[in-house]
Design a protein around this ligand. Structure first.
Ligand SMILES: N[C@@H](CCC(=O)N[C@@H](CS)C(=O)NCC(=O)O)C(=O)O
Length: 220
């Protein structure tokens, strides 16, 4: 029997991407929760370059970086496709997944935790990037069409984590009037059974976000 281990952190959207991929394919795995303040020597050994979760270990061989791991899962196991079969569509899915990592998530996160001019700039950058995603859905249920695929899983931060953070920090960015397609997508994505079962509890994430606010406002 193939041995599959996954090193993750419960609140990490990157870790959850990998778990979503494994769940989608129906792969059984052993989950190992990492303490990111005190990383295990196994994690550092398996991911010496980035020293981050997630790491997937398949038959003793480690793979790091969530998007790379998702592609690996798609190639290594049978089951519903994560990437489309058509080469052009595959390239397109990779393009948007990379776009989410590079152009959407950094300014969205920054907009949550910055103030003043810095927040305004991050908000503008994030709004621009989200407009492209808003158009990309183009009347479909998911980025992948009728079923969840690479881009949907890559965008899980946008569909879940960010919306909770927005509420906690009182930020208005991904609003229904500006991004109706994205808001609808987020709803559909989060209510999909294997996604819903695997998302971290909202109140636990909210506590983490409140903790960040408190730490920021504590006297230095
Ligand atoms: N590009 C990476 C990002 C992974 C990442 O940022 N992981 C965070 C948790 S959300 C981490 O392990 N942080 C620990 C650290 O930076 O020391 C991926 O897609 O897997």
């Amino acid at each position: 029997m193939a041995e599959v281990k996954m090193f993750g952190a419960w609140g990490s959207p990157f870790s959850k991407r990998v778990e979503m991929g494994l769940k989608l394919k129906g792969v059984e795995y052993e989950y190992i929760e990492e303490d990111l303040n005190n990383k295990s020597s196994l994690l550092l050994n398996y991911n010496p370059v980035h020293k981050k979760v997630p790491v997937l270990v398949h038959n003793g061989k480690p793979i790091a970086e969530s998007l790379i791991i998702l592609e690996y899962i798609d190639e290594a196991w049978e089951g519903p496709d994560i990437l489309p079969k058509d080469p052009y569509e595959r390239a397109n899915a990779r393009f948007w997944a990379k776009f989410i990592d590079e152009k959407c998530m950094p300014p969205m996160w920054k907009a949550c935790w910055s103030i003043g001019e810095e927040r305004a700039k991050a908000k503008e950058e994030a709004s621009e990037a989200l407009k492209f995603l808003e158009n990309e859905i183009n009347g479909q249920k998911f980025f992948g069409g009728d079923t969840i695929g690479l881009v949907d899983i890559a965008a899980n931060f946008i569909g879940y984590w960010f919306r909770i953070a927005e509420e906690i920090v009182g930020l208005e960015l991904m609003t229904q009037d500006k991004y109706p397609n994205l808001c609808k997508w987020a709803e559909e994505y989060c209510k999909c059974s294997f996604v819903k079962e695997n998302l971290p509890p909202k109140d636990k994430l909210a506590d983490i976000f409140k903790g960040i606010i408190q730490a920021q406002s504590a006297p230095k």
